[in-house]
Design a protein around this ligand. Structure first.
Ligand code: PLP
Length: 465
């Protein structure tokens, strides 16, 4: 059995996955210098001069205050438990037990867990479905307006709303328009911008707007998915004063480790400072140019690609050539090309911020070989999930998890209440949430998903007994 340590030393191949620093090549230069010191020198506790994200004094507090000012917001907190930890604390700061929050249907599973932890009822808002690739798309302003006009009464106060922008695959929303609609209804808004950190920083090309500048109350950035920091690092930005920072602080205190890693906190600081430096827009433009050129060259060579709003996410349309993204992923991995997100109809690569010399040639060659070995008739499209209306689970997710349950084949779950989360990861978008009642359409759709994705979508589901 190979140990983790020896694997970390030996894993090779080309990394086109998260974290996007490309196995260290694109880490901020100041962090690279720190890591060249004798190993472990930097592994320090919360000494008074260092402090931590929740301390009023120390270097971390000073960095957080300085960076909040630089971004034009009121407060920020570094996070060492990914976007997950900061999203969960944000939701708990916005909603009390017994209240509801509006969540887009493509919300990340971490926020369902936050609803479970906080006794909060999710109210799901539909998002478009891109049938040619089987992806949830970005919510539109017209779609959100329709949802808000047809909101059912969840039986409790709606305390806040959450938006996802951009999506895992890089589909961006008109974030200002969405925020205007929600704030006009008096709702504070948390935006999960895990995949859009770079949108908030200076750039030479026109990028979609960031929620940080578009008026969101709370915004979470992953500093390893869309910025070149170490895995698990993230940042939460706050502005507007509609959410009490004391409540954010208290929620973070409940969830955060009491021993945050000094290395990760230093990575947060170094990454954000790097993205505010004059060299960042030059690097970002270079990587985006490389990515656009790569997509053009591949498309000209007949490699089927889907387009998105983020050139750094390359979506290979494997289904068009009769190959599932899961099969293509296994094959690419064996050939030393490591992708990020395999799905039934696509394989998504994260190009990240490191330079990839010779990638177009390697990619073209590998695609041609895969096509020769496994290509065939285009795969059937994935039908849209039957989730095109605003919906509220019939039970609080937390309550559904606690009640006695039994496991049944999906086809026998019609009319039953789900007692577990079904959620392929990646991308971490739930297909079924505890507390939701399963109708015939949902069961038929889940059965289809199971056939396409048997390792990720089980054929048996836990339902209330
Ligand atoms: C949209 C979105 N939000 C949040 C997260 C959680 O991020 P992390 O893995 O950094 O905790 C993910 C992870 O895939 C995600 O895709």
């Amino acid at each position: 059995m190979t140990s983790l340590l020896s694997l970390l030393r030996s894993v090779g191949g080309r990394s086109l996955h998260l974290p996007v620093h490309g196995r260290g090549a694109a880490l901020p230069p100041s962090l690279q210098r720190l890591l060249r010191q004798p190993p472990g020198r930097w592994d320090l506790p919360e000494l008074p001069e260092i402090g931590g994200p929740l301390e009023a004094e120390g270097a971390v507090a000073a960095s957080q205050a300085r960076l909040a000012t630089a971004l034009g917001v009121d407060r920020c907190w570094f996070g060492v438990n990914g976007a997950t930890g900061l999203l969960q604390a944000s939701l708990l700061a916005m909603a009390q037990p017994g209240e509801a929050v509006l969540l887009p249907r493509n919300v990340h599973r971490s926020l369902i867990a936050a609803c479970e932890l906080g006794g909060v009822m999710p109210v799901f808002l539909p998002v478009p479905f891109l049938a040619d690739r089987g992806h949830p798309g970005a919510m539109s302003v017209a779609g959100l307006r329709r949802s808000l006009d047809t909101l059912p009464d969840p039986g409790c106060r709606i305390a806040a709303a959450v938006l996802v922008h951009p999506t895992y695959h890089g589909y961006a929303a008109d974030i200002s328009g969405l925020l205007d609609l929600l704030t006009a209804r008096g709702l504070p808004v948390l935006v999960d911008e895990a995949h859009g950190t770079h949108l908030a920083f200076p750039s030479r090309s026109a990028l979609p707007a960031s929620a940080v500048h578009a008026g969101a109350d709370l915004v979470v950035h992953s500093l390893h998915k869309s910025a070149p920091g170490l895995a698990q690092t993230a940042v939460l930005w706050q502005r507007n004063g509609r959410i009490d920072p004391e409540r954010v602080q208290a929620a973070l205190q409940r969830l955060q480790t009491t021993s945050p890693s000094a290395l990760m906190l230093a990575s947060c600081e170094a990454t954000l400072d790097w993205m505010l430096s004059p060299r960042w827009p030059v690097l970002l433009e270079a990587r985006q140019c490389d990515a656009t050129t790569l997509a053009t060259v591949l498309a000209r060579a007949g490699v089927p690609l889907h387009s998105g709003d983020d050139p750094l996410r390359l979506i290979l349309a494997t289904g068009q050539a009769g190959i599932s993204g899961l099969e293509a992923d296994d094959w690419c991995m064996q050939q030393g090309l490591i992708a990020e997100l395999p799905e039934p109809l696509c394989l998504t690569f994260c190009l990240g911020f490191a330079q990839h010399r010779g990638l177009a040639r390697q990619f073209r060659r590998l695609w041609q070989r895969l096509l020769d070995e496994a290509g065939g008739e285009p795969l059937a499209l994935i039908p849209a999930p039957p989730c095109d209306r605003v919906s509220v689970p019939v039970l609080l997710p937390d309550e559904a998890l606690r009640r006695p349950a039994t496991r049944l084949p999906v086809a026998r779950c019609i009319g039953r209440i789900a007692a577990e989360l079904i959620c392929p990861y990646p991308p971490g978008v739930p297909l079924l949430v505890p507390g939701e009642r399963m109708d015939a359409q949902r069961c038929a759709w889940l059965e289809q998903q199971h056939r396409r994705w048997p390792d990720q979508v089980p054929g048996m589901v836990k339902v209330l007994a």
